[in-house]
Design a protein around this ligand. Structure first.
Ligand SMILES: O=C1O[C@H](COP(=O)(O)O)[C@@H](O)[C@H](O)[C@H]1O
Length: 260
């Protein structure tokens, strides 16, 4: 697993634009070398900010949207089309504006889908879809995602892995149902840490003062059960993309002078 690297931007707008530019480059590079790219999307303010910045970037046309596989790191277990669902927000921010292949957009199940309100069945179904997409060269029962995006919550949660809840302790399954999440809605579906760690690159996004404590805790050697963001690492790269406010609790020596 890779050691975290930090990039700190002046503010959240610049962070979103720079992250969008970085993601376009990564997707284009993966498509050039392997024919297609795979990205795991996140919900939350910073994830949606990145997608909106990508939608507004002229460079978005450099991506071959028809050769992009999209997955989600977590989902709020709500009916299809609910405005609080991460996929609904991603469609509004970006996906409705670009020619993605609908068959390659793998949203997590909704609570009015084929599994009804059985969140465990929904999680198991998504795990099967991931396993079917994994090849013999992959390192787990999930594909080797090129980039897996994660928003960091003020309590250090990533995806829907909240401190101390059973989901963050999962070591076998790749997707789990989450019950009793402290942030609404309480019922969610989430990739687990083993699935997250199968990604080539994991990018963690945090902007704003309300994230400063979480960033400082996760990057100061905290355990992943208490601070799930601390356990989110990519195989080749772990990148923390921050704005200055979110980085304000870190010692200045932790990131390069040119970074902010
Ligand atoms: O509920 C969620 O929250 C986190 C973080 O969101 P933020 O608005 O505090 O940035 C997000 O990463 C996750 O996907 C989402 O379901």
């Amino acid at each position: 697993m890779s050691t975290p690297q930090l990039v700190v931007h002046r503010d959240k707008e610049l962070m979103a634009e720079a992250a969008a530019a970085r993601l376009i480059t990564r997707i284009v590079d993966a498509q050039a070398s392997r024919g297609s790219a795979s990205v795991v999307l996140t919900g939350g303010r910073n994830g949606n900010g990145l997608l909106a910045a990508l939608a507004g970037s002229p460079a978005r046309d450099a991506v071959d949207w028809s050769r992009l596989d999209l997955w989600w790191g977590d989902e709020r277990f709500l009916p299809e089309g609910d405005p609080e669902r991460n996929v609904t927000q991603a469609r509004e921010a970006l996906l409705d504006a670009v020619p993605v292949d609908p068959a390659r957009v793998r949203a997590m199940p909704a609570s009015d889908g084929p599994h009804g309100t059985d969140v465990e069945a929904a999680a198991a179904a998504y795990a099967r879809r991931l396993a079917e997409a994994a090849g013999p060269e992959d390192h787990a029962a999930v594909p080797s995602f090129d980039v897996l995006l994660l928003g960091v919550g003020p309590d250090t949660h990533v995806a829907s892995l909240f401190p101390e809840l059973p989901a963050v302790r999962e070591t076998e399954r790749t997707v789990v149902g989450v019950h009793g999440a402290p942030k609404p809605p309480p019922t969610r579906v989430s990739l687990t840490l083993p699935a997250i760690r199968a990604a080539r690159e994991v990018w963690l996004l945090a902007a704003g003062e309300d994230k400063a404590k979480a960033v400082a805790v996760a990057l100061s050697g905290a355990g992943e059960i208490q601070a799930p963001a601390a356990g989110a690492r990519g195989r080749s790269r772990t990148l923390w993309l921050l704005d200055a406010a979110a980085a304000s609790g870190l010692p200045r020596s932790m990131y390069p002078p040119a970074s902010a």
